[in-house]
Design a protein around this ligand. Structure first.
Ligand code: PEP
Ligand code: MG
Length: 324
């Protein structure tokens, strides 16, 4: 697939109406990093750090983690890598944590909730990231932020670790960006201060959609029941775009749907300027964007909404078929 899109690999995802959409890749293992070059991604928009933890029987040592994150940054060769802190919970069981039985693990004790309640591991991971950066820029993103104070507390942990590393005489990152994932509807309605405090926000669409429609992303019977291009969800995303625009907070979308060309086009049309996806999706999404006008897509979306459609997909598909 990457060969098919080789001719546009080094070209921007520029639409026919002149908008440039930033395309980034999702990663989680060292082995993913070569795709950064091959896919033409601008950077790693989501580095899922839990994958390394899931495969180990013991708590990794700080020095091991620092070495690993340094190798990731080396491989990225100056391109930005957004490191998401551990998103573990009772569904993603790490071998060295006692599994806790929870009736609804996706809504349970996971991600930043674990990090804030048992900050030892979170702090160790933050120290490893600071050391790995070793004077380079560092970008950290906290998962599953559901209310303002969770972000404030997580951010404070990072600021405190930076102070501590400085006291220890270590080289600090040249710049630190601290972002939050927007994966629960609650945080979309957080006080303005949340949007101001965040250096950037990334929509975790897999989780956001599951909680928006109350439809388990792991449950085959319901997971495809609600269309991502459902008017309710799209309008909700648009409101998030507006809040971020108000505060000037950079916003991206890093759920799986960002890698689907039609969805990506609709997201861009409602104002998302950055998308992060699996590497193999960069080519097809870029191809779609480069032959599309966001203004036209937006008009089709708005007309479908006004007509009372449940999802804008049929109208968008119809427009694309007639166009291509
Ligand atoms: C998401 O929820 O969309 C996301 C990117 O995070 P994960 O899939 O790892 O939960
Ligand atoms: Mg998620």
């Amino acid at each position: 697939a990457q060969r098919r899109y080789a001719s546009i690999r080094n070209k921007p995802a520029k639409t026919t109406c002149g908008h440039v959409v930033g395309l980034h890749m999702n990663a989680g293992l060292m082995a993913d990093l070569p795709s950064l070059e091959g896919s033409g991604a601008e950077g790693v928009g989501l580095f899922r750090t839990e994958l390394q933890f899931l495969t180990r029987s013991k708590v990794p040592r700080r020095s091991e983690l620092a070495a690993l994150y340094a190798r990731v940054m080396d491989a990225a060769n100056g391109k930005r890598v957004v490191f998401r802190t551990l998103d573990i919970g009772s569904d993603k069981v790490v071998p060295f944590m006692k599994p806790t039985e929870e009736p609804n693990p996706a809504m349970g004790w996971r991600a930043i909730r674990v990090g804030l309640d048992r900050p030892g591991m979170l702090r160790m991971q933050l120290q490893a990231l600071i050391r790995a950066a070793d004077g380079r820029p560092l970008t950290v993103m906290f998962p599953f932020i559901a209310q303002l104070d969770e972000f404030r507390l997580a951010r404070d942990h990072l600021l405190r670790e930076l102070e501590r590393e400085e006291r220890l005489g270590r080289v600090l990152p040249s710049k630190v960006d601290i972002g939050a994932m927007l994966e629960t509807p609650s945080i979309a309605f957080a006080p303005r201060q949340f949007f101001e405090m965040a250096d950037f926000i990334s929509i975790g669409g897999n989780d956001l959609k599951q909680f928006f429609f109350a439809a388990d992303r792991e449950n085959e019977r319901v997971r495809r029941r609600y269309d991502t291009l459902n008017v309710s969800f799209l309008t909700f995303l648009e409101q998030i775009v507006e809040r971020c625009t108000d505060t000037g907070t950079p916003l991206s979308y890093c759920g799986e749907d960002a890698g689907r060309p039609v969805e990506a086009l609709c997201f861009a049309a409602i104002g998302l300027k950055a998308l992060s996806m699996r590497p193999a999706s960069i080519g097809p999404v870029k191809h779609m964007l480069r032959k599309s006008s966001l203004a036209e897509a937006r008009a089709v979306i708005d007309a479908a909404r006004a007509s009372g459609a449940q999802s804008v997909r049929p109208a968008v598909m119809d427009w694309l078929r007639r166009r291509d």
